[in-house]
Ligand binder design. Structure first.
Ligand SMILES: [Zn+2]
Length: 192
């Protein structure tokens, strides 16, 4: 299948650098070479009364390392997350996800929780996840904003073993500041 590409939107730039991520956080591989598949995940926080969100956590990871991280998930956790997504699709009447490439507006698309459609502006926390290839965002697996409610529901679906593995992996490579542990640790987003 052809890949559909868009420019990397600023939401997926490295906040620390103010430009696209250049290296895999785990193995250091160059990401901006076309043909290099990778994932970017960011955790965002809003401040009540301010129209402003800040990045509390961000990384880019090549697909090889991402697959390695996913091995830390128990089969049970993986199945439950898949079930979560299937239920969501059934609720939507199993309509395939479609993006009109001519009118696709990434700001609009990422302004609402992918699952619940609640505006992320109204949340304390949310996450952004997307798939990329070199200097492009891949639209075949569209980027998602995931709201705090869904983050919690997903965390509940994961076994303690899986949460422990994810924590270990993230601590080893990402070492985020302690204030955000509650938000991030033990959560796993999945690419579909
Ligand atoms: Zn890597």
């Amino acid at each position: 299948m052809d890949e559909f590409w868009a420019d990397i939107p600023e939401q997926f730039y490295s906040d620390a650098e103010g430009k696209p991520f250049e290296k895999c956080v785990v193995c250091g591989k160059d990401l901006l070479i076309d043909g290099t598949q990778y994932v970017i995940e960011k955790a965002m926080k809003n401040y009540e009364g301010y129209d402003f969100s800040s990045t509390v956590f961000e990384y880019a990871m090549c697909m090889d390392c991402y697959a390695e991280m996913q091995k830390g998930m128990s089969e049970e956790s993986m199945l439950r997350l898949q079930q979560y997504y299937q239920n969501f699709m059934e609720q939507r009447g199993n309509q395939p996800l479609t993006i009109n490439l001519h009118t696709f507006d990434v700001n609009e698309w990422l302004s609402k929780c992918f699952f619940k459609e609640k505006p992320v502006k109204e949340m304390k926390e949310f996450q952004l996840i997307g798939q990329f290839n070199g200097k492009h965002m891949v639209l075949n697996t569209p980027p998602m904003a995931i709201g705090e409610e869904v983050m919690e529901e997903m965390a509940e679906l994961m076994s303690e073993k899986t949460k422990g593995e994810m924590d270990r992996f993230r601590k080893e490579f990402l070492g985020p500041p302690p204030e955000i542990e509650e938000l991030i640790y033990g959560r796993k987003l999945f690419l579909l």
